[in-house]
Design a protein around this ligand. Structure first.
Ligand code: ADP
Ligand code: MG
Length: 399
């Protein structure tokens, strides 16, 4: 694994000024933060630096203000939440650099924490403008990146700063990189990947990368329908991208060439209408789907076979639910396989890493997110990592 510096490599930071990039892009409703997971993720890094006596300046983006100030997207809206989670007073600063920040640093005691304004209010952030990077860096002694979720962007505060200041991975970033390394970088074999979700088209690069990396590729969700259709199976009204048949064939051929076994469902749960517990719901063989039916979940026999596959594996990466899990009971396959993965993880026979917005929701719904070895809440960055891409924010931290 490429080497990167962590907080362990910092010397005495007492009185030094730290720029710490965190993820405060928090979901809000009616002016209140509805989920503080991201703040809790970076709390250890922030508190470790503060407790060591650094002056901690927090950098984060919020929403998509497109390079202009917008009071509705000011980070002042999340300061209460940040203070609450950290259990410390946090000073809000309406700027990102310049005199106001310098004055803040002057009055901030060692161990003090300040939250700078939404980095995306400045057009130079998303352009990774060297001039903006320089003005931000001018106030600080070192840079810590604790926002893996923003590391797929080469922006001023996610990438640029790492080139002009001594740069370190924060604890959350470090944990994420170590987990991902165990899953696909240097995993214990055999390795299984579950790829589900709605569409093949959004995960083509993921599939193409994984067939060359893993021993078992388990395809579920709407995208399995596209593969089944490519194999000449009638999928009725199912969500299906018929125009991707040739692409699916290419992926299957590449898998065969590299010794990756692809698992497609052989029984499925179908219904004539997409609603909770529809009366028309039934389980059938994939060859028996009627023209007016749609596939909404992987069937119980296939799930049992997949569980047996996982039992032979030592590592699992999972992105995408196996069925339309938001609507009962089409979460059954996802819940069952996730429960098996959690049990194998608990027994110590499986390293399990999962990520993706809906995947995390599905694992929470199954009540097993805590039992996986690692669950990444980074949506886009996690997917790009599954695609085998180098994340610029991570690359910039490498020594
Ligand atoms: P993630 O956010 O974890 O990357 P995706 O966004 O790719 O996952 O996919 C999740 C969506 O896929 C869910 O909304 C789920 O309802 C949908 N889905 C899964 N299986 C099916 C199916 N058989 N038919 C229609 N939608 C499905
Ligand atoms: Mg999604």
């Amino acid at each position: 694994m490429p080497k990167f510096r962590t907080l362990d490599d910092l010397g005495d930071v007492r009185g030094k000024v730290a720029l710490v990039r965190v993820d405060l892009n928090l979901p809000m409703q009616d002016g209140a933060v509805t989920d503080d997971t991201r703040v809790r993720a970076s709390a250890p890094t922030i508190l470790e630096l503060a407790d060591a006596g650094a002056k901690v300046l927090l950098l984060a983006h919020f929403g998509r203000p497109k390079g202009a100030r917008d009071p509705n997207q000011s980070l002042s809206r999340v300061i209460d939440c940040v203070q609450h989670v950290l259990g410390r007073e946090v000073m809000y600063v309406s700027e990102l650099a310049g005199d106001v920040v310098r004055q803040t640093i002057a009055i901030l005691p060692p161990g003090g924490i300040a939250l700078l304004e939404n980095t995306r209010f400045w057009p130079g952030e998303e352009k990774n403008d060297p001039a903006l990077v320089q003005t931000i860096a001018a106030n600080a002694d070192f840079y810590v990146n604790d926002a893996f979720s923003a590391a797929h962007r080469a922006h001023a505060t996610t990438e640029g700063l790492a080139h002009v200041l001594p740069a370190y991975a924060g604890r959350a970033m470090q944990a994420e990189l170590e987990a991902l390394e165990r899953a696909l970088g240097n995993p214990r074999k055999p390795v299984a990947a579950v790829v589900g979700g709605a569409k093949v088209s959004t995960k083509l690069d993921v599939l193409e990368h994984l067939v060359g990396k893993v021993d078992h590729l388990i395809i579920g969700g709407g995208m399995a329908n596209t593969f089944l259709a490519a194999r000449g199976i009638a999928v009725g009204k199912s969500l299906c991208e018929h125009d991707l048949a040739a692409t699916c064939e290419e992926i299957l051929a590449a898998a065969e060439k590299s010794g990756c076994t692809v698992h497609l469902p052989y029984d499925v749960v179908v219904a004539k209408e997409f609603a909770p517990n529809p009366p028309s719901m039934r389980t059938c063989n994939v060859h028996e789907v009627a023209p007016d039916e749609m596939i909404l979940d992987v069937g119980p026999q296939a799930v049992e076979a997949l569980a047996d596959v996982l039992k032979t594996c030592r590592t699992l990466v999972w992105n995408g639910p196996l069925g339309a899990f938001e609507t009962a009971p089409f979460d059954a396959a996802t819940v069952a396989l996730a429960t098996t993965a959690a049990a194998l993880t608990r027994e110590g026979s499986l390293v399990s890493v999962a990520g993706g917005g809906d995947t995390v929701a599905a694992l929470n719904q199954a009540g097993v997110a805590d039992e996986f070895t690692y669950v990444s809440t980074a949506g886009g960055a996690f997917l790009e990592w599954m695609e085998g891409k180098q994340l610029p924010g991570v690359k910039a931290l490498e020594t």
